[in-house]
Design a protein around this ligand. Sequence first.
Ligand SMILES: [Zn+2]
Length: 237
Amino acid sequence: MTTQQKILHISGTVASFVLLWTLWITDRYIDFLLQKRANERALPRTKRIRFSDELRRRIRRKQNSLCMYCGVTLNRRNMHIDHIYPVEHGGSNNQENLQALCAGCNMRKGVQTDSEFRERYRELLPPVQAGYSPAPPIERIPQSMFFEITSRTRQLESTRARRRAVFKTPRQKINSGSITTGVVVGIVWFFVTAVIFGSGSAAGYISLFGGVIVGLLAAIGIIWRAKYTGRFDEEGE
Ligand SMILES: [Zn+2]
Protein backbone atom coordinates (compact mmCIF):
# COMPACT_ATOMS: atom_id res chain seq x y z
CA MET A 1 0.00 0.00 0.00
CA THR A 2 1.38 3.36 -0.97
CA THR A 3 1.22 6.33 1.40
CA GLN A 4 -1.40 7.90 -0.81
CA GLN A 5 -3.54 4.78 -0.64
CA LYS A 6 -3.19 4.73 3.14
CA ILE A 7 -4.24 8.36 3.40
CA LEU A 8 -7.17 7.69 1.14
CA HIS A 9 -8.17 4.68 3.16
CA ILE A 10 -7.93 6.50 6.47
CA SER A 11 -9.86 9.48 5.16
CA GLY A 12 -12.48 7.11 3.83
CA THR A 13 -12.85 5.50 7.24
CA VAL A 14 -12.99 8.86 9.02
CA ALA A 15 -15.52 10.15 6.52
CA SER A 16 -17.65 7.03 7.01
CA PHE A 17 -17.69 7.68 10.73
CA VAL A 18 -18.62 11.29 10.13
CA LEU A 19 -21.54 10.16 7.98
CA LEU A 20 -22.74 7.59 10.47
CA TRP A 21 -22.38 10.12 13.25
CA THR A 22 -24.40 12.62 11.19
CA LEU A 23 -27.10 10.01 10.73
CA TRP A 24 -27.04 9.19 14.40
CA ILE A 25 -27.42 12.87 15.34
CA THR A 26 -30.22 13.13 12.77
CA ASP A 27 -31.90 10.16 14.34
CA ARG A 28 -31.65 11.70 17.82
CA TYR A 29 -33.12 14.90 16.44
CA ILE A 30 -36.04 13.01 14.89
CA ASP A 31 -36.53 11.31 18.22
CA PHE A 32 -36.72 14.71 19.84
CA LEU A 33 -39.26 15.92 17.28
CA LEU A 34 -41.41 12.82 17.69
CA GLN A 35 -41.28 13.12 21.47
CA LYS A 36 -42.34 16.73 21.24
CA ARG A 37 -45.24 15.76 19.01
CA ALA A 38 -46.17 12.89 21.28
CA ASN A 39 -46.24 15.24 24.26
CA GLU A 40 -48.73 17.43 22.46
CA ARG A 41 -51.06 14.46 22.12
CA ALA A 42 -49.88 13.02 25.35
CA LEU A 43 -52.54 10.88 26.94
CA PRO A 44 -53.34 7.28 26.06
CA ARG A 45 -56.82 6.20 25.01
CA THR A 46 -59.45 6.57 27.71
CA LYS A 47 -61.86 3.78 28.47
CA ARG A 48 -65.40 4.36 27.25
CA ILE A 49 -68.08 4.17 29.89
CA ARG A 50 -71.84 3.92 29.76
CA PHE A 51 -73.50 7.20 30.62
CA SER A 52 -76.47 7.26 32.93
CA ASP A 53 -79.84 8.38 31.62
CA GLU A 54 -79.67 11.23 34.10
CA LEU A 55 -76.39 12.50 32.63
CA ARG A 56 -77.69 12.14 29.08
CA ARG A 57 -80.77 14.14 30.00
CA ARG A 58 -78.69 16.84 31.68
CA ILE A 59 -76.46 17.25 28.62
CA ARG A 60 -79.42 17.33 26.27
CA ARG A 61 -81.24 19.91 28.37
CA LYS A 62 -78.15 22.13 28.44
CA GLN A 63 -78.28 22.25 24.64
CA ASN A 64 -82.05 22.79 24.46
CA SER A 65 -82.32 19.33 22.87
CA LEU A 66 -80.47 20.52 19.78
CA CYS A 67 -77.46 18.95 18.09
CA MET A 68 -74.41 21.07 18.90
CA TYR A 69 -73.26 21.15 15.28
CA CYS A 70 -76.27 21.04 12.98
CA GLY A 71 -79.03 22.12 15.36
CA VAL A 72 -81.41 19.27 14.57
CA THR A 73 -83.82 18.37 17.36
CA LEU A 74 -82.50 15.48 19.41
CA ASN A 75 -84.60 12.65 20.67
CA ARG A 76 -83.82 9.38 22.38
CA ARG A 77 -83.16 7.62 19.10
CA ASN A 78 -80.86 10.01 17.24
CA MET A 79 -78.94 11.44 20.18
CA HIS A 80 -75.31 10.44 20.61
CA ILE A 81 -73.09 11.54 23.46
CA ASP A 82 -69.84 12.75 21.93
CA HIS A 83 -66.49 13.28 23.58
CA ILE A 84 -65.48 16.84 22.68
CA TYR A 85 -61.87 15.75 22.98
CA PRO A 86 -61.97 12.12 21.81
CA VAL A 87 -61.24 9.19 24.11
CA GLU A 88 -58.81 8.04 21.41
CA HIS A 89 -56.62 10.96 22.38
CA GLY A 90 -57.21 10.60 26.11
CA GLY A 91 -60.33 12.78 26.41
CA SER A 92 -62.10 12.37 29.75
CA ASN A 93 -65.58 11.07 30.51
CA ASN A 94 -66.39 14.14 32.60
CA GLN A 95 -69.42 16.16 31.69
CA GLU A 96 -67.33 19.15 30.55
CA ASN A 97 -65.89 16.91 27.82
CA LEU A 98 -69.28 15.69 26.64
CA GLN A 99 -71.77 17.14 24.19
CA ALA A 100 -74.90 15.87 22.52
CA LEU A 101 -74.77 15.35 18.76
CA CYS A 102 -77.13 13.82 16.28
CA ALA A 103 -75.99 10.45 14.89
CA GLY A 104 -74.97 12.01 11.56
CA CYS A 105 -72.76 14.70 13.10
CA ASN A 106 -71.22 12.22 15.50
CA MET A 107 -70.26 9.87 12.67
CA ARG A 108 -68.85 12.78 10.72
CA LYS A 109 -66.76 13.88 13.66
CA GLY A 110 -65.23 10.44 14.27
CA VAL A 111 -62.01 10.80 16.26
CA GLN A 112 -61.49 14.42 15.29
CA THR A 113 -61.35 16.83 18.17
CA ASP A 114 -64.02 19.50 18.47
CA SER A 115 -61.60 22.19 17.34
CA GLU A 116 -60.40 20.08 14.40
CA PHE A 117 -64.03 19.52 13.40
CA ARG A 118 -64.91 23.21 13.74
CA GLU A 119 -61.81 24.12 11.76
CA ARG A 120 -62.72 21.78 8.93
CA TYR A 121 -66.35 22.99 8.81
CA ARG A 122 -65.47 26.58 9.63
CA GLU A 123 -67.78 27.86 6.89
CA LEU A 124 -70.68 26.54 8.96
CA LEU A 125 -69.52 26.52 12.57
CA PRO A 126 -68.03 29.23 14.76
CA PRO A 127 -64.69 28.45 16.43
CA VAL A 128 -64.73 27.83 20.17
CA GLN A 129 -63.97 31.02 22.02
CA ALA A 130 -62.39 31.17 25.41
CA GLY A 131 -64.87 32.12 28.10
CA TYR A 132 -67.97 31.26 26.07
CA SER A 133 -69.57 27.89 26.28
CA PRO A 134 -70.49 26.76 22.76
CA ALA A 135 -74.16 26.63 21.82
CA PRO A 136 -76.04 24.86 19.04
CA PRO A 137 -76.65 26.96 15.91
CA ILE A 138 -79.73 29.17 16.00
CA GLU A 139 -80.93 27.87 12.66
CA ARG A 140 -80.67 24.27 11.64
CA ILE A 141 -77.82 23.51 9.23
CA PRO A 142 -78.82 20.77 6.77
CA GLN A 143 -76.56 17.70 6.61
CA SER A 144 -76.15 18.31 2.87
CA MET A 145 -74.10 21.42 3.65
CA PHE A 146 -71.80 19.39 5.86
CA PHE A 147 -71.66 16.69 3.22
CA GLU A 148 -70.65 19.21 0.59
CA ILE A 149 -67.62 20.23 2.66
CA THR A 150 -66.82 16.63 3.54
CA SER A 151 -66.63 15.65 -0.12
CA ARG A 152 -64.77 18.80 -1.06
CA THR A 153 -62.07 18.06 1.51
CA ARG A 154 -62.05 14.32 0.95
CA GLN A 155 -59.09 14.39 -1.41
CA LEU A 156 -57.08 15.85 1.41
CA GLU A 157 -58.34 13.17 3.77
CA SER A 158 -57.41 10.31 1.47
CA THR A 159 -53.96 11.80 1.06
CA ARG A 160 -53.69 11.92 4.83
CA ALA A 161 -54.87 8.32 5.12
CA ARG A 162 -52.18 7.21 2.69
CA ARG A 163 -49.62 9.19 4.61
CA ARG A 164 -50.74 7.63 7.87
CA ALA A 165 -50.28 4.17 6.35
CA VAL A 166 -46.80 5.09 5.21
CA PHE A 167 -45.88 6.44 8.62
CA LYS A 168 -47.70 3.83 10.60
CA THR A 169 -44.65 2.96 12.62
CA PRO A 170 -42.68 6.08 11.85
CA ARG A 171 -40.08 5.50 14.47
CA GLN A 172 -39.00 2.14 13.03
CA LYS A 173 -39.24 3.40 9.47
CA ILE A 174 -37.05 6.38 10.13
CA ASN A 175 -34.61 4.25 12.08
CA SER A 176 -34.28 1.65 9.36
CA GLY A 177 -34.21 4.40 6.76
CA SER A 178 -31.28 6.10 8.48
CA ILE A 179 -29.39 2.87 8.97
CA THR A 180 -29.98 1.70 5.41
CA THR A 181 -28.89 5.05 4.03
CA GLY A 182 -25.77 4.99 6.20
CA VAL A 183 -24.82 1.44 5.24
CA VAL A 184 -25.49 1.92 1.53
CA VAL A 185 -23.57 5.18 1.33
CA GLY A 186 -20.76 3.61 3.38
CA ILE A 187 -20.45 0.64 1.03
CA VAL A 188 -20.58 2.82 -2.06
CA TRP A 189 -17.91 5.00 -0.52
CA PHE A 190 -15.69 2.09 0.23
CA PHE A 191 -15.77 0.88 -3.35
CA VAL A 192 -15.44 4.29 -4.89
CA THR A 193 -12.46 5.26 -2.76
CA ALA A 194 -10.67 1.94 -2.23
CA VAL A 195 -11.29 0.23 -5.56
CA ILE A 196 -11.89 2.74 -8.31
CA PHE A 197 -9.70 5.56 -7.04
CA GLY A 198 -7.53 3.23 -5.01
CA SER A 199 -4.31 4.42 -6.64
CA GLY A 200 -4.73 7.73 -4.85
CA SER A 201 -5.70 10.78 -6.82
CA ALA A 202 -7.57 14.03 -6.56
CA ALA A 203 -10.61 12.17 -7.79
CA GLY A 204 -10.44 9.94 -4.71
CA TYR A 205 -10.65 12.93 -2.39
CA ILE A 206 -13.36 14.52 -4.45
CA SER A 207 -15.37 11.32 -4.12
CA LEU A 208 -14.89 11.44 -0.35
CA PHE A 209 -16.28 14.95 -0.15
CA GLY A 210 -19.00 13.95 -2.56
CA GLY A 211 -19.85 11.14 -0.17
CA VAL A 212 -20.01 13.51 2.77
CA ILE A 213 -22.32 15.82 0.83
CA VAL A 214 -24.53 12.91 -0.22
CA GLY A 215 -24.65 11.77 3.40
CA LEU A 216 -25.58 15.23 4.60
CA LEU A 217 -28.27 15.57 1.93
CA ALA A 218 -29.66 12.19 2.98
CA ALA A 219 -29.70 13.36 6.59
CA ILE A 220 -31.42 16.63 5.65
CA GLY A 221 -33.94 14.65 3.62
CA ILE A 222 -34.74 12.47 6.60
CA ILE A 223 -35.15 15.47 8.89
CA TRP A 224 -37.37 17.17 6.36
CA ARG A 225 -39.51 14.07 6.08
CA ALA A 226 -39.84 13.81 9.82
CA LYS A 227 -40.67 17.45 10.28
CA TYR A 228 -43.08 18.23 7.50
CA THR A 229 -44.97 15.09 6.69
CA GLY A 230 -47.42 15.61 9.50
CA ARG A 231 -48.98 13.66 12.28
CA PHE A 232 -47.17 10.42 12.76
CA ASP A 233 -49.18 9.09 15.65
CA GLU A 234 -52.60 9.86 14.37
CA GLU A 235 -55.13 7.07 14.16
CA GLY A 236 -57.75 6.65 11.47
CA GLU A 237 -60.69 9.02 11.41
ZN1 LIG B 1 -76.11 17.14 14.01
